[in-house]
Ligand binder design. Structure first.
Ligand code: LLP
Length: 431
C-alpha cells in the first residue's frame, strides 16, 4: 500500500493535519498534498546528484500537477520546471517562476505559444519536429534574438508500461526519429542557424516505469548518438536530458525502485557510456512528474449511497469520481483507499468504490477491502497527487474540488473549489 500516517486520535494524518478535520473544514471531494513529501523527494534527488558530483538539473514535469503554489514549491526546492502549453507557462509567470529555469515541451506548440516562450525568454525550448524548427526560425529572426534548444529524439525504446503512456518507441508522435536519420537532419538544420543555441538532446521513454533497464538503454543510445554527432558534425552537447518516468507505488502489488535508486543506476550508466565514448560529460537533466507529486497527494471523499445485490459485489459510492480522477476509467489505473477515521480497522467487506458520474465506467477502485462504512464517512484514496487534479474535468457539470497544501500541521487552500457560478461563467445566453 502507498504509505500514510496515523495521528494520536487514530485518524489519517496528512502533513500533520487530521484528515477528518480537513474534510470538515474544506468539504469534499478534496485533494490534499503533504508538502513535506514533495520537498523530500526533490531533496533526495538533489542529494543523489550532488553525491555523484556531476552537473545536473531537476526539472519538475508540471503536467502532473500545475498550479501557482506547486510552482512556488518547485522554486523553493531549487527545481526547474517543464511546461507544455501557454497555460502552464502563464501559470508559472503568475507564480514568479524564473523564466530561465523553464523548459517548453510539446509536439504541436502553436506560433503564439512559441512567440510567448521567446518573449518571456524561457530558458530552454525542447524542439520536437521540423514544422516547429521553421516557426521558431521565423520568430527568432523577427525578434532578432536567440533561443537555447534541445532536440527531442525518439530513441526507439519501449518502456514496459501502459501503451497510452509509452512515448519513446519508434512509432511515436513525439520527437525526431533517430534510426531513420531524421534526428541528424534536424541537428544539421539547427546547427546551421545562428539563432539557435543548440544545448543538447532530450528523450522521454515513458511513465510509471519500475525498472532501470529502459533508462540504462536510453542512456547508452543517447550517449552513442552524442559521440556520433561530435565526430560527424563537431557538435559538443552540454545537456543530456533523459526525461521523466520514475514509477510510484499505487497498490501493494507495485514495487518500484525509489527514484533516487533508479537515478544512481542511470547516472552510472551515463558515466560509463561517456567514458567509453570519450566525450565530455554533459550535464544530466531529468524531468520527474509523477514521482514528485504522486505519493504526496490524497483524495478525500465522503461516502454517499450504497447498492447491494445478492451475489454481486456491493457498490459504495463517493461524492467524486472520474471528474476529479480519470485515471481508473482511462488507464485502468489502480489505487487503494482507507477509512480516514480508522485506516487500520479490520476489514469486513470488499466493495467497488464508485464515483457519482453518470457512467458505468466511473469506478474509482474495483474490489476495495473496507471496514463497515456509513453514509458520511470520509474515505481517502492514496497516492492520487499526479495526473489527478491536472486531468480533472467538469463532466456532468460537477465543480472541480478544492486543493489544500498541508505542511507541519497547517493547511492552506491553494486552489479554491469551483462553484456553480464558476461552472456557468463562460456560458453565453442564446435567448
Ligand atoms: N517529460 C516528458 C517529456 C513527458 O512527456 C512526461 C510525461 C514527463 C517528463 C513526466 O513523466 P512522469 O515522471 O510523470 O512519469 N497522464 C498519464 C501520464 C502521462 C505522462 C506524459 N508525459 C497518467 O496519468 O499516467
Amino acid at each position: 500500500q502507498a504509505d500514510y500516517t496515523i495521528n494520536t486520535a487514530g485518524h489519517l494524518s496528512i502533513g500533520g493535519c487530521d484528515a477528518l478535520a480537513l474534510a470538515q473544514e474544506f468539504k469534499t471531494p478534496l485533494v490534499v498534498y503533504d508538502v513535506s513529501k514533495i520537498r523530500q523527494t526533490f531533496q533526495d534527488l538533489h542529494a543523489t546528484f550532488e553525491a555523484a558530483q556531476i552537473d545536473y538539473v531537476i526539472s519538475y514535469a508540471s503536467k502532473a500537477f500545475a498550479t501557482i503554489a506547486m510552482y512556488q514549491v518547485a522554486k523553493q526546492e531549487h527545481a526547474h520546471i517543464d511546461v507544455v502549453s501557454g497555460g502552464e507557462l502563464f501559470t508559472a509567470m503568475q507564480a514568479n517562476f524564473p523564466m530561465a529555469n523553464i523548459s517548453f515541451h510539446g509536439n504541436n506548440k502553436s506560433y503564439e505559444e512559441l512567440t510567448m516562450a521567446v518573449d518571456q525568454e524561457v530558458g530552454m525550448i525542447v524542439v520536437d519536429n521540423f514544422t516547429e524548427i521553421k516557426m521558431l526560425q521565423e520568430i527568432l529572426r523577427n525578434h532578432a534574438t536567440t533561443a537555447n534548444i534541445l532536440l527531442r529524439i525518439t530513441p526507439g525504446i519501449s518502456a514496459h508500461t501502459h501503451e497510452y503512456i509509452q512515448t519513446g518507441q519508434a512509432d511515436s508522435k513525439f520527437g525526431f526519429d533517430l534510426a531513420s536519420g531524421q534526428a541528424a537532419e534536424a541537428l544539421q538544420i539547427v546547427l546551421a542557424d545562428e539563432h539557435f543555441k543548440v544545448c543538447g538532446i532530450h528523450a522521454h521513454i515513458g511513465s510509471q516505469i519500475f525498472e532501470s533497464t529502459g533508462f540504462v538503454e536510453e542512456a547508452k543510445i543517447l550517449v552513442a548518438t552524442l559521440a556520433n554527432w561530435q565526430a560527424e558534425y563537431g557538435f559538443n552537447a552540454q545537456v543530456l536530458n533523459l526525461g521523466g518516468g520514475f514509477g510510484i507505488r499505487y497498490t501493494q502489488d507495485d514495487e518500484p525502485k525509489a527514484p533516487q535508486d533508479m537515478l544512481i543506476t542511470v547516472i552510472n550508466a551515463v558515466k560509463a557510456a561517456v567514458a567509453s565514448a570519450q566525450i565530455k560529460m554533459p550535464a544530466i537533466w531529468i524531468e520527474p512528474g509523477r514521482a514528485v507529486v504522486g505519493p504526496a497527494g490524497y483524495s478525500l471523499y465522503r461516502v454517499g449511497t450504497r447498492k447491494d445485490v445478492p451475489g454481486i459485489e456491493a457498490y459504495i459510492t463517493v461524492d467524486g469520481g472520474m471528474g476529479d480522477n480519470i485515471r481508473p476509467a482511462l488507464y485502468q489505473a489502480e489505487y487503494e483507499a482507507v477509512l480516514a477515521k480508522n485506516p487500520q480497522a479490520p476489514t469486513t467487506q470488499t466493495a467497488r468504490l464508485a464515483g457519482k458520474y453518470c457512467e458505468s465506467g466511473d469506478i474509482l477502485i474495483e474490489h476495495q477491502a473496507l471496514p463497515d462504512v456509513e453514509q458520511g464517512d470520509v474515505i481517502a484514496m492514496l497516492a492520487t497527487g499526479a495526473y489527478g487534479y491536472s486531468m480533472a474535468s467538469n463532466y456532468n457539470r460537477n465543480g472541480r474540488p478544492a486543493v489544500v497544501f498541508a505542511e507541519n500541521g497547517i493547511a492552506k487552500v491553494v486552489v479554491r473549489r469551483e462553484t456553480y457560478q464558476d461552472l456557468v461563467a463562460l456560458d453565453v445566453s442564446y435567448e
